[in-house]
Design a protein around this ligand. Structure first.
Ligand code: AMP
Ligand code: FE
Ligand code: FE
Ligand code: ZN
Length: 286
């Protein structure tokens, strides 16, 4: 009998808010017995060159990826939704131009966040946050780490509950790309566009279906049918939506290393088994 081959199409390195380097992710992927791994850092492709080099060196199929944060406007609501791009040309002009835009958007926001957090009585510097981040992409998680390190609050979740979530005193919105811009750019670069973890957007399944239909019209290729935090019948419901509007299935752990210690590469919370056939079907969509 042929041995089943499993993959992971969603994880983060220290180039965004994970804690492992791209090379360490490749080594861990091999240790976990994976047949292919995609690196999908938030809003950056900086880790991909090292990731592919390590894949060749250690013998693992590595897939280019990115996870864009985008803004979905529906009715009076504004929801941040995540679009994962997979298997694209990372030197494509559409991608490189967006990387510059996103970095600038975060730079502008980071300066405002330093001022805002400091003025709330928690002095910190951009250098401290940059040092915590390690890579170019600085997220709210890195600000939270510094606030905990400096003893201002006791845990990251406390920082998010009291200060850093939308509507709270230290929250600063950043400029987003639209879902359409991200989907088009991924496809212009020869890749496929996937809706990440639809259960994390505070939408009911009717609203998720509406969102999927809208994105499908814009060119969306697939949706995450397996994900670490799906519970009960969520995965089943999502796969049903996918089948009804002809979206391919993707899947991934959303591994972040020590920043999300209960989630493991490849297997998530122990519940994931993402077959290589998902990747083959995704590639057939090109
Ligand atoms: P940003 O992209 O800068 O808005 O920040 C996103 C980062 O903040 C990601 O690393 C998220 O995991 C983290 N994050 C967002 N909300 C929370 C929360 N409630 N608790 C902990 N981390 C969070
Ligand atoms: Fe993250
Ligand atoms: Fe995400
Ligand atoms: Zn992610």
């Amino acid at each position: 009998m042929l041995e089943k081959r499993y993959i992971d199409l969603h994880c983060h390195s220290c180039c965004s808010d994970g804690t492992l380097t791209p090379e360490q992710l490749v080594i861990l992927g091999i240790q976990q017995g994976l047949s292919a791994l995609a690196l999908t850092d938030h809003d950056t492709i900086d880790g991909l060159a090292d990731f592919h080099t390590a894949g060749k060196q250690y013998g693992l199929e590595t897939i280019s990826g990115i996870e864009y944060g985008t803004l979905y406007l529906h009715g009076k609501k504004r929801t941040e939704i995540h679009i994962v791009g997979l298997d694209f040309d990372e030197n494509a002009p559409s991608i490189l131009e967006q990387m510059r835009f996103l970095l600038q958007a975060r730079d502008d926001r980071n300066k405002k966040m330093v001022d805002k957090i400091s003025s709330l009585g928690f002095p910190l510097t951009l250098e401290e946050v940059e040092h915590n981040a390690g890579g170019d992409i600085i997220t709210r998680a890195h600000f939270a780490n510094v606030m905990v390190e400096k003893g201002y609050l006791s845990s990251r979740s406390e920082v998010f509950q009291k200060y850093l979530s939308p509507g709270l005193p230290a929250y600063v919105e950043r400029e987003f790309l639209t879902p359409e811009e991200c989907i088009h750019s991924i496809k212009a670069a020869g890749g496929v566009a996937i809706l990440a973890h639809p259960t994390l957007y505070n939408l009911d399944f009717g609203e998720i279906k509406t969102l999927c239909r809208m994105l499908k019209k814009l060119g969306l290729d697939g949706i995450e049918g397996q994900y670490s935090t799906y519970v009960g019948n969520q995965a089943k419901k999502i796969r049903k939506i996918a089948a009804s509007i002809d979206l391919a299935l993707s899947g991934g752990s959303d591994f972040h290393g020590q920043n999300k210690p209960d989630i493991h590469l490849g297997c998530g919370k122990g519940n994931l088994k993402i077959p290589y056939s998902y990747l083959e079907e995704i590639r057939r969509r090109k």
